[in-house]
Design a protein around this ligand. Structure first.
Ligand code: NAP
Ligand code: ZN
Ligand code: ZN
Length: 349
């Protein structure tokens, strides 16, 4: 057994608090990682507060993990002790279904094993990265360039790949007009990628205070989504819109902005379903779609792309003792643009 320390939710209504636990013994293909940084994703809030109705406690959240390898099993070929690595949202899948064979493990037809809050194939409850260590099969571990700031890389493991994958899938690039809805953790990465891919990129935000930041992060234009007149001017002009908003909001305000055959892609996962006016889809053959993280090969491709282009997340690094405060600030859209926990702070408790 491996001894671990972290912060856990004991139930949906209690704040995260210090928690000691054990992880299983490493197997032949496992990589043991000492965690240096872990990003704070809005999914960690939805999950620990049981907003999706599937929480299992105690729950150590965290799936934007960066650390150093401290041990490897006999059959590990891709990693050595001392290397910097990343772990994201899933740590296992069946590896045999059509999706897994197509390098899209995130759509595994048997079901993925989430990094936290899920039973693994050994019957243990997985626990995430708000902790000092983790062990993961090497297939679900990624190489991370030491050229980049590790705190800024951590959010790439979820916010980064979740926006990179749909932008690539729908071939966002030069000549395309693209909207990013919501300027939070996911949104600011979507904005950076759409801009880097060469699309004409428009940021939609409810926060007037974020307009200048949006431009700095790569927006060609910024639209305040609460301004109905400004929204009307954008009608019929978008090829693709990526919606990263964490709360229920009116999609019917955005669907008319798509051109004929335009695609609206939902990556934000609010706790209640939206109401869709079907006319907004039918009359211009528009598509409403969704996307979840990315496959393991694509995640590595994204990390390599970020190393080449010098792309990292804009982060506010916090000690773990401030994580409950950080959750409250995320809920107020008061984060620029991702909190990342410095795991060295665990020693202080
Ligand atoms: P976040 O940092 O809180 O960003 C969400 C942004 O949405 C906010 O900054 C805000 O942007 C906007 N917003 C918040 N409340 C709103 C409201 N009531 N109406 C309109 N806009 C609102 O969250 P995140 O970490 O980026 O995560 C976003 C969502 O994606 C969450 O639901 C999360 O669970 C989900 N997620 C999905 C995947 C996936 O694989 N599909 C992966 C990770 C996360 P402005 O201030 O600019 O308006
Ligand atoms: Zn996430
Ligand atoms: Zn599978």
């Amino acid at each position: 057994m491996i001894q671990s320390r972290g912060y856990a939710a004991q139930q949906s209504t209690t704040p995260l608090a210090p928690f000691s636990f054990t992880r299983r013994d490493p197997k032949e293909r496992d990589v043991v990682v000492e965690i240096e940084y872990c990003g704070v994703c809005h999914s960690d809030i939805h999950s620990t507060r049981n907003e999706w109705g599937n929480a299992v406690y105690p729950m150590v959240p965290g799936h934007e993990i960066i650390g150093r390898v401290t041990a490897v099993g006999n059959e590990v070929s891709r990693f050595k002790v001392g290397e910097r690595v990343g772990v994201g949202v899933i740590i296992d899948s069946c590896r045999q279904c059509a999706s897994c064979k197509n390098n899209e493990e995130q759509y595994c037809e048997v079901g993925t094993t989430l990094t936290y809050g899920a039973p693994d194939k050994y019957g243990d409850l997985t626990q995430g990265g708000y902790s000092n260590n983790i062990l993961v099969d090497e297939h679900f571990v990624h190489s991370v360039s030491t050229k980049l700031d590790p705190a800024g890389v951590a959010p790439l493991l979820c916010a980064g790949i979740t926006t990179y994958s749909p932008l690539r899938h729908w071939q966002v690039g030069p000549g395309k007009k693209v909207g990013i809805v919501g300027l939070g953790g996911l949104g600011h990465m979507g904005l950076k990628f759409a801009h880097a891919f060469g699309a004409h990129t428009v940021q939609f935000t409810t926060s007037e205070s974020k307009v200048e930041d949006a431009k700095r992060l790569g927006a060609d234009e910024v639209v305040i989504s609460k301004d109905a007149d400004a929204m009307k001017k954008e009608a019929f002009s978008y090829d693709f819109i990526l919606d990263t908003v964490s709360a229920v909001h009116d999609l019917n305000a955005y669907l008319p902005l798509l051109k004929r055959d335009g695609v609206y892609c939902q990556v934000g996962l609010p706790d209640r379903p939206p109401v869709i006016n079907m006319g907004n889809l039918l009359f211009k053959r528009r598509a409403l779609s969704g996307s979840i993280i990315g496959g393991m090969a694509e995640t590595q491709e994204m990390l390599d792309y970020c190393a080449e282009k010098n792309i990292v997340s804009d982060v506010e690094v916090i000690p773990i003792q401030k994580v409950n405060e950080a959750f409250e600030r995320v809920l107020k859209s008061d984060v620029k643009y991702r909190f990342v926990i410095d795991m060295a702070s665990l020693i202080e408790q």
